[in-house]
Design a protein around this ligand. Structure first.
Ligand code: ADP
Ligand code: MG
Length: 259
């Protein structure tokens, strides 16, 4: 397309999912989790995979993580086929089970760098300090996780993922177990952090509201086995809470439940 050259149309895609079919083979069954799924993630996208439970969202994330190879199609990061896990794709887990409680903020971030064999010594310390400052936690670098709010803990875990300098952060329903108010706070924190750093994130959810709030782009998947129903732009943050949010949610709802 030649009209209105947005960043999305001019930059090369970071992540290309091309006709991907994913299956699980057990001794008795062959389960097709996703069928012929294609999409492209661009730098600084907040790309959301949205679909009902069991449609293969986690399976897609696992495949992008390199833990599962497609039976058909291909997954490419910066043009290179993904065949195994790598530090260029970091998974950010749910806030409550991801930080080591006996380690400070600094130690949590350094531990990841050290354990992966990426950095040691002064370089490791500087890298950790840089990313902890980037997420606005410089003052809390020597604090223990239990003294931090949920939003701050999320920032630490994102700093830990970012310190590995991945191309994309992968988040699989990170807020699914939280109450509605906490969930909203964590979503807002993620958006503030994205405003500051413009990291690329691939975010999985089954909540239409969450998809509209978090995503810049939203991929709708059909129920099991997951196939692409549609891909759409979300609304700007300034339009959250207005009629355009409810209109988009209603539109998505209709698309997800049509056959
Ligand atoms: P979602 O994350 O969208 O809820 P999943 O990716 O977890 O969906 O699962 C997609 C389908 O694959 C489901 O039918 C699920 O039962 C099946 N599945 C997931 N993991 C396994 C596994 N390890 N072995 C066999 N089937 C699996
Ligand atoms: Mg899942």
């Amino acid at each position: 397309m030649s009209h209105a050259g947005t960043a999305q149309q001019t930059a090369a895609p970071l992540l290309e999912i091309d006709g991907v079919t994913l299956q699980y083979k057990t001794s008795e069954h062959l389960v097709t989790a996703t069928r012929n799924v294609s999409f492209q993630v661009y730098p600084s996208d907040r790309f959301v995979l949205l679909g009902p439970s069991g449609c293969g969202k986690s399976t897609l994330l696992k495949a992008i993580g390199g833990y599962l190879n497609p039976v058909a199609g291909s997954i490419r990061l910066k043009g290179r086929e993904i065949t195994e896990p790598g530090p260029d794709r970091m998974m950010v887990f749910q806030e409550f089970d991801q930080l080591l409680p006996w380690k400070t903020v600094r130690q949590n971030v350094e531990f990841a760098l050290h354990a992966s064999g990426r950095l040691r010594g002064a370089e490791m310390r500087e890298r950790a300090e840089h990313y902890i400052a980037m997420v606005g936690l410089a003052k809390f670098i020597d604090s223990y996780p239990h003294t931090l709010s949920g939003g701050m803990k999320q920032r630490v875990s994102i700093a830990r993922g970012m310190a590995m300098e991945p191309d994309v952060l992968l988040m699989d329903e990170p807020y699914a177990a939280l109450d509605a108010l906490t969930r909203r706070k964590m979503q807002d924190e993620l958006l503030r952090l994205w405003d500051d750093t413009r990291f690329t994130v691939l975010f999985v959810t089954h909540s239409i509201e969450e998809a509209v709030r978090i995503g810049t782009r939203i991929l709708l998947l059909s129920p099991h086995p997951g196939q692409v129903k549609a891909e759409l732009n979300s609304i700007p943050e300034s339009e959250l809470g207005t009629a355009s949010q409810s209109a988009l949610e209603a539109r998505i709802n209709a698309m997800l439940f049509s056959h």
